[in-house]
Each structure stands twice: as C-alpha cells, then as structure tokens.
Write a protein that binds this ligand. Structure first.
Ligand SMILES: [Zn+2]
Length: 451
C-alpha cells in the first residue's frame, strides 16, 4: 500500500495574553535569526559550508546573536537549521535550472553538457569554481574535450544571475521540535519557555499528541499547529476511469466529457476582486486625507482618520473569510468530481508560467493573487495522493487556441467561448481545452485505461 504525508492542523484553546505575547515575540525573533542566516550564508561564498551544516550552526552559536535576543537555545538552533534547509532548497532549485538551461543550450555539445552536469553534481567543485579557487577535477571530466574556461564562466555567470535573495515572509510562524521543544503532561502540551526548565502550557482543542517537528502559527488569541502525518492510501474499489480536466477561473473544473464541476467560480472571485478594489480605492482616499491633515498641522485629525478607517484587522478578517468561502467551494467541487467520475487517472496540463522575469503590473498582480488555479491544482494533487489516483501533467502547448475538432487555430470570443473559423466549432473555451488535453494525451499514450 502506498503512503503519503499529509499536513494536519490542530488548534489551541484561547490562550492568556502573556502566552500570546511570548509566542508573538518568538515569531519575531525566529524570523530575525532566519533572516540573518540568509544574509550570511545565502551567498556563493557559503556554498561549501552548507553540508552538513555544523559549521554554520557553530558559527551562529558563537555569534552571540542568541544571547543578544535572549532566545532559548531550542528555538534559536531550529531557526538556524530551518533557514539552512531553505538555502539548500534554493541551491537545489538553482542546480536544476542550470541543468535544464544547459540541456536546451544550442551552443553546447554533448560533452559540454556532460561537463556541466558533472560539476553541478560535485558541490565542492562547483563551489570552488564559483569562488575561483583551486580544486581537483573529478575523473569523469578530466579528459573531456571541452573548453573548461568557457563553461566555468557560463556556470559563474548563470549562478550569479539566478541566485536571488530569499524573501523572509513576515511573521510566518516558527517551528518546534519534540522533547526539547515540546512535550505533554497530563495530556496538555507544554512548550519550552523563556527560562530553562520552565515550560509554557498550550491547551489544545482536541487530544491528539504528536512526536514530530511542528509548525506554529500565532493568531489573535490562539495558535495553529501544523504537523506532518504519514497515512496510507489505496484506490477506491471500482475506480477505473480516465478523465481529462481543464482547470480554469470561470468554471473550476471542465472535463472533456462535458461535465463541469465548480461552475461559476469566477462569480465568487470577481465579487471579491471588486470588493477589494473598491475598498483599496477608499483606503487610498483616506490615506490622502490623513496626509493632508498632517501637512496642515493637524496630527490629531490625521490620527483619527487612520484609526477609524485604515485599521487592518477587520480588513484582514474579511479577506480571510472570503478566501475560506472560495476554498470550500473548490473543495466541494473536487470532491464531487472524484465521487462521480471515479477516476484512476487524471490528466491535466502543467501550469502556464506568468510573465518572464516576474514583472507584473500591480493590478494584474492583485488579480493573480486571487486566481485560484494554483490552489485547485494543489488540492487536486493532495486528493489524488490520498486516493492513489495517478495525476498526469502534460505541457499546455497546443491546448489553448487549437480547435479540438479540426486542429486549426481558432480564437476565444466574449464570454469565454471558443470559436473556430475553419470548421465552425463553437464551445466553451474550457471544454475545448479539456478536449485538446484528451487528444494530446491519447496521441502520445494510445488508448484509454482498460481498453
Ligand atoms: Zn475547427
């Protein structure tokens, strides 16, 4: 039987103000430590230090930052290791990117590519090349007929270009580890406090107990724990269908067989976009009024304006409530689709990348943050994993504007219709998309399962 890891959440009861203050403070100093580690060890110069990580931990121990912050050892060291994991993850992504770039580089020979792949595999050699230090060549590349000087320069240039800065999410929470970080006594969770051997009680709303590293998020007067739990999964009996799904903003899920789940998702999200835009317009007017009052030497009036109209608590709460409404809509749509279609395999496309270089207009960005396609994909992936359903992603190329009937190029018209000028096919753009996914997949993989 297959297993998968699921994140489960646990909520605390309402916590006393001093406990919440302590937890908020932890969140802040934890983020500070992570940020410092990113700054000190996120660059090219530290690549050789990242594995196994003791060097960084020792240097951070000796730096005096922990004492300065008055932070308990458990939290401090976890923050350091947490940040290191992020840095290593980013190097991993960078290496994959460089491998892909090399693979598609038209000016590279087969040997050039072998050289690049090998160097990327040898951390210490790669690090030495980046820092222009001496190194011993791996045997595999010693006799390769390549211009090593040129390829090393390419590696250095691409690395410099792509090794961006890591953004520290503001107050994203912190981690705690079992035993030293948290334990249970009489069924009540207790976490390490500011003083040694003095634990802080965190009563939870249910009796589940964990023994793994947990993530802690501090809310207004309670906390949310996230724990990874290993579960078993198997395909429900009798589920043997193959479905082709278009994921969209208008209708969440459109299948090539014509079934639609999550119809009218856009009505929910558009209303929210509209509401937020109106709200933001109003807020900027208030902000301007506040600035004017300040300039005219009326700080009291400015304070009143900002206090009554620019508070973020209510705004955030409303935003979260609306998000929750949309996420449960999407969840229900996915559950209905699975229950009715009983698939053993689902074919979708890879997500379409948005703009190159990450420069997007502000209004587009605001809209994008509310596009739920990424969320739908993520939930679909989880649900497939839970049920051992195979999820196949194919490139989206040729699934958008191509006519699924005649194969010629068509266009999208008002109301998200697809119209083909060659054969006259007229359908919802999402349905045309789903049919193209089916056609494309079948072309490469032959017939449907079981037949
Ligand atoms: Zn056509």
């Amino acid at each position: 039987m297959a297993t998968y890891i699921k994140s489960v959440r646990q909520y605390s009861r309402k916590l006393p103000p001093d406990t919440i203050d302590f937890l908020r403070w932890l969140t802040v100093v934890y983020a500070k430590v992570k940020k410092t580690v990113y700054e000190r060890y996120g660059g090219i110069g530290s690549l050789g230090k990242l594995k196994p990580g003791y060097t960084v931990l020792n240097e951070m121990r000796a730096s005096g930052m922990r004492q300065e912050l008055g932070m308990p050892v458990v939290y401090y060291e976890l923050a350091v290791l947490d940040a290191l994991t992020v840095i290593k993850g980013r190097w991993g992504i960078l290496r994959d990117t460089l491998k892909r770039l090399a693979a598609f580089h038209e000016g590279f020979t087969k040997e050039d590519k072998t050289y690049i792949y090998t160097i990327l595999k040898w951390s210490s050699v790669y690090a030495a090349i980046l820092k222009r230090e001496d190194y011993e060549e791996p045997d595999m590349v010693k006799d390769l007929p390549v211009d090593k000087h040129r390829l090393n320069n390419w590696l250095r240039r691409q690395t410099r270009k792509r090794l961006g800065k890591i953004q520290v999410m503001r107050e994203a929470g912190f981690k705690i580890s079992p035993k030293a970080g948290y334990s249970y006594k009489n069924g009540v969770m207790r976490i390490a406090g500011r003083q040694p051997r003095k634990r802080v009680e965190i009563p939870m709303r249910d009796g589940r107990q964990f023994s793994r590293q947990l993530h802690v998020e501090v809310k207004e007067d309670y906390i949310v724990l996230t724990a990874p739990v290993t579960k078993e999964s198997s395909l429900p009996e009798g589920w043997a269908n193959e479905i082709y799904v278009h994921i969209g903003d208008v209708d969440a899920l459109t299948l090539s067989n014509g079934h639609v789940y999550g119809e009218g998702l856009n009505k929910l999200t558009d209303a929210e976009t509209e509401r937020l835009n109106a709200k933001n317009r109003l807020r900027s007017q208030y902000r301007a009024a506040g600035r004017e009052a300040l300039e005219k030497g009326n700080p009291d009036k400015a304070a009143v304006i900002s206090c009554h109209n620019l508070g973020t608590m209510k705004y955030q709460r409303q935003k979260e409530r609306n998000r929750a409404k949309t996420t449960s809509f999407v969840n229900a749509a996915l559950n209905r689709m699975l229950a009715e279609e009983k698939p053993c395999r689902i074919v979708i496309t890879h997500p379409v990348k948005m703009g190159k270089g990450g420069k997007i207009a502000k209004s587009a960005k605001r809209k994008l943050t509310r596009s739920f396609r990424g969320f739908i994909r993520e939930r679909l992936r989880e649900k497939c994993e839970e049920r051992s359903i195979e999820l196949v992603r194919i490139p989206s190329k040729g699934t958008g504007l191509t006519c699924s009937v005649c194969g010629e190029m068509g266009k999208t018209a008002v109301g998200n219709r697809f119209k083909c000028p060659h054969c006259g096919y007229d359908a919802a753009a999402s349905l045309n998309g789903a049919r193209n996914i089916e056609k494309k997949y079948r072309l490469e993989h032959g017939s449907i399962v079981g037949s």
